[in-house]
Design a protein around this ligand. Structure first.
Ligand SMILES: Cc1cc2nc3c(=O)[nH]c(=O)nc-3n(C[C@H](O)[C@H](O)[C@H](O)COP(=O)(O)O)c2cc1C
Length: 396
């Protein structure tokens, strides 16, 4: 079991550390919490004791049961150290190598990677001293999960609000995934649906939420891959450590994918690209009374079919009838290594649902029908198959 040391410092966002401790344990990690003295004024150590089932270290002069006798035992055992929230004060101390409390001493004494999630008032965050300290820490290999731009408890609006819990957990997952089977592989993932303009405000689209593609992006990142996400419009948060290109129309998605492919080793096309686009979209908003009774459509290009060369190609097929036969035809026509056939006739599978029932059809003819799984579980299954494909394709 991998070990995480969670350091909590004296920010108003300290309450969020409870969510983070809970999220880390749900990821199957062994979590040991250390708190600064000021942090204990915002949230009780007992909360973390209950969430992690370990005593909490709050004072380096008081040995903690089960942790070894000295003040740096927390630093030695950790696979990763996460400080969340991280105050301006602690950032300054870490940049200078000060170690006068259990959290800063743990960071100075560790060989493990360190992640900081700053949280503070905007002026404190934007202060040149804080920014220079963060630049120093980045240069020294610290990973910073940037705070969000939002309304802050002090009444100001600006950057300094602690990042979303999922992004902070994503940073831990990414760091722990380094050295995984996909380390060094550059993989392109497309996600979401495209929108094909009819006029300046209307479009033809579909109900794709992007959730399957985003889950895959995270699963690939967690195994060490460098992922480029090319996504249609969605409200989902960009996973930590993933580069994202936003597109709207199918032609834009095609162009961005073709630009990215020469440096990539695999593409996973989960995006629901609209098959047809209006032939002559209007650049202005068409008035209700002027709307034509018919709109001429032209076919969009098939992006996967245009990709040639030595790259692993994984496609998705959303089918409502003859699921396996139709998907197998697409696999052959697009020269794919694997196609994920999605039975969208089921209410619990496909667009907008949290679960998917998929059948994996391999190039060699092997067919695997998976049970109904969450989109995250499907993403992990597909990632396992991509790892296998890389093992088979030694040239990549
Ligand atoms: C109500 C309150 C809220 C605070 N919130 C923050 C904060 O969000 N971020 C921050 O950097 N400092 C904040 N501070 C200031 C820190 O608590 C103070 O700098 C403290 O010395 C930090 O100690 P530590 O870094 O050892 O935990 C806050 C102080 C108070 C009284």
């Amino acid at each position: 079991m991998k070990k995480v040391t969670l350091g909590v410092s004296g920010s108003i966002a300290a309450y969020r550390a409870a969510d983070i401790a809970s999220g880390l344990t749900k990821l199957g990690l062994d979590v040991q919490v250390a708190m600064t003295r000021e942090a204990t004024k915002f949230i009780a150590p007992l909360t973390f004791h209950d969430l992690t089932h370990h005593p909490v270290a709050t004072d380096m002069f008081v040995p903690v049961q089960g942790l070894g006798a000295d003040h740096i035992s927390l630093a030695r055992g950790a696979d990763v150290i996460l400080i969340s929230p991280c105050t301006a004060n602690l950032i300054a101390k870490l940049a200078c190598g000060i170690c006068d409390d259990i959290v800063s001493a743990t960071v100075l004494a560790t060989m493990a990677p360190v992640i900081l999630a700053p949280a503070m008032n905007t002026v404190m965050y934007e202060n040149v001293i804080t920014q220079e300290n963060l630049t120093q820490l980045r240069k020294r290999g610290f990973t910073i999960v940037e705070p969000d731009y939002a309304a802050l408890p002090c009444g100001e609006v600006g950057r300094g609000h602690i990042a979303d819990t999922e992004r902070i957990l994503g940073a831990v997952r990414m760091i722990l995934g380094r050295g995984g089977e996909l380390q060094g592989r550059h993989i392109v993932v497309t996600a979401g649906g495209t929108q094909e303009p009819i006029d300046a405000v209307r479009h033809i689209g579909n109900r794709s939420s992007g959730r399957m593609g985003y889950a895959l992006t995270e699963a690939l990142r967690d195994r060490g891959a460098r992922v480029m996400l090319i996504a249609g419009p969605t409200t989902l948060l960009t996973p930590f450590g993933v580069e994202k290109i936003e597109v709207r129309e199918a032609l834009e998605m095609r162009d961005r994918v073709l630009e990215e492919i020469p440096s990539a080793r695999a593409i996973v096309m989960t995006a629901a690209v609209v098959d047809f686009r209006p032939e002559s979209p209007s650049s202005r908003k068409v008035k209700r009374g002027d709307f034509p009774s018919t709109i001429s459509l032209v076919p969009n290009p098939d992006i996967l079919n245009e990709i040639k060369g030595d790259v692993i190609k994984v496609g998705f097929a959303a089918e409502s009838e003859d699921v396996v036969q139709n998907a197998a035809k697409k696999l052959a026509w697009k020269e794919l290594d694997l196609i994920v056939a999605n039975d969208i006739s089921r209410p619990d599978s496909g667009f907008g649902s949290d679960t998917n029932q998929v059948t994996l059809i391999h190039k060699g003819g092997k067919i695997e029908k998976l049970p109904l799984l969450s989109k995250w579980e499907v993403a992990v299954e597909i990632t396992d198959r991509i790892v296998e494909l890389f093992k088979e394709r030694l040239s990549l």
